[in-house]
Design a binder for this molecule. Structure first.
Ligand code: ACO
Length: 332
């Protein structure tokens, strides 16, 4: 069995107060609470609202994680932020968060892997710590997805929400023989499938123009059925291979935290892995799909509610645009 070198020292999360429930959506598009609930498991989601940027959600989540870890802000070495909805194209949202926190001694950058951004960022932070470059890393997943939704498109606008989550990673104590920490983390990508889930305009391919706005190219476009099929298959195999890499099987897991995109995807993944639904963490009913924020919000809720206890083995697996997908096995 592997001996982890990097621990999760603390978790934090934050979601905007405004709640948009399915009844509210029924007044906006041709949909029903029953359709949304049975197809996705979502009952409500949080919405940041006008003038609220991704860094405004990331900053309180980061503060909560630093407090839980007992790490002084001036001791933060590295800030990594996974997002598909940065405050602006440049500079990075991580730099904005660095300034908000006053983390003057940290290097900071964003990572783009859509819904998989948080686990991608965790793997980068882990590698920096293992190489000895940095002692710790503040890793954040944060999104204001509702800013890039077409509120006239019922096939996408009912699915997403806003929020942020964060963890502090640190080096394991040499003497620690408990096996606590990140045992394995695997990343995957398939750029051939980009156009199944993407936002066409606003980058260098189609710069923002009156035409791009008129054609509604600044919104999420998604082939839902295709995404669903790929997500179920690739998330299950990634979780299985990651556990195997660390010398575990799905039966060893105390808790599975899948990307909170859709309850049916989570249940299908759990079924393939032969994990009972009681061992699957679900909060998609309250947040919808918060993309890169989904796993760190869930992790923080699971830790703070006591659903994750010291010694528990937790598997987490994500999937998103790119396509990108990733899994990690962590002992708490
Ligand atoms: N309300 C009512 N009817 C709707 C809605 C809605 N909000 N959205 C679509 N419909 C209709 C469609 O128009 C279609 O009607 P038609 O048969 O008359 O043409 C019907 O419902 C069925 O549509 P499908 O798209 O085939 O429905 P499906 O069962 O595939 O469910 C869904 C759609 C929920 C998007 C599903 O495909 C899914 O969950 N896909 C995964 C997508 C996902 O989670 N993406 C998140 C980002 S990626 C990630 O994070 C994993």
């Amino acid at each position: 069995m592997s001996k982890p070198n990097v621990h999760i020292l603390g978790t934090g999360s934050y979601a905007p107060e405004k709640v948009l429930n399915n009844a509210d959506l029924m007044r906006m598009v041709d949909t029903t609470d029953d359709w949304i609930t049975t197809r996705t498991g979502i009952k409500e989601r949080r919405v940041a609202g006008p003038g609220v940027a991704t860094s405004d959600l990331a900053t309180p989540a980061a503060k909560a994680a630093l407090e839980a870890a007992g790490l002084d802000v001036l001791d933060v070495d590295l800030i990594l932020l996974g997002t598909a909805t940065p405050d602006m194209l440049f500079p990075s949202t991580a730099c904005v968060v660095q300034s908000n926190l006053g983390a003057r001694n940290a290097a900071a950058f964003d990572l783009s892997a859509a819904c998989s951004g948080f686990l991608y960022a965790v793997s980068v932070g882990k590698a920096f710590i293992e190489s000895g470059t940095y002692r710790n890393a503040l890793v954040i997943g944060a999104e204001t997805l509702t800013n890039i939704l077409n509120w006239e498109d019922r096939t996408t606008c009912v699915l997403f929400g806003d929020g942020a989550g964060a963890v502090v990673l640190g080096r394991a104590d040499e003497e620690d023989k408990t096996g606590t920490g990140i045992h394995a983390i695997h990343l995957h990508s398939d750029g051939d499938l980009t156009k199944l889930l993407y936002m066409p305009a606003g980058g260098s391919r189609i710069p923002t123009s009156a035409d791009s706005v008129e054609k509604k190219l600044h919104y999420v476009k998604m082939e839902g059925r295709e995404v669903f099929k790929h997500a179920v298959k690739l998330m299950s195999t990634a979780m299985e291979e990651t556990l195997a890499d660390a010398g575990f099987t799905p039966a060893d897991l105390d808790l599975l935290i899948p990307h909170q995109a859709n309850l049916r995807i989570m249940e299908a993944v759990a079924k393939r892995l032969e994990i009972p639904n009681e061992k699957v963490f679900v909060n998609v009913d309250r947040y919808g799909n918060t993309s890169a924020a989904s796993v760190p919000i869930a992790l923080d809720e699971a830790v703070r509610s006591g659903r994750i206890k010291p010694g528990d083995l937790v598997g987490t697996v994500v999937f998103g645009g790119g396509f990108t997908w990733a899994a990690a096995a962590v002992r708490f």
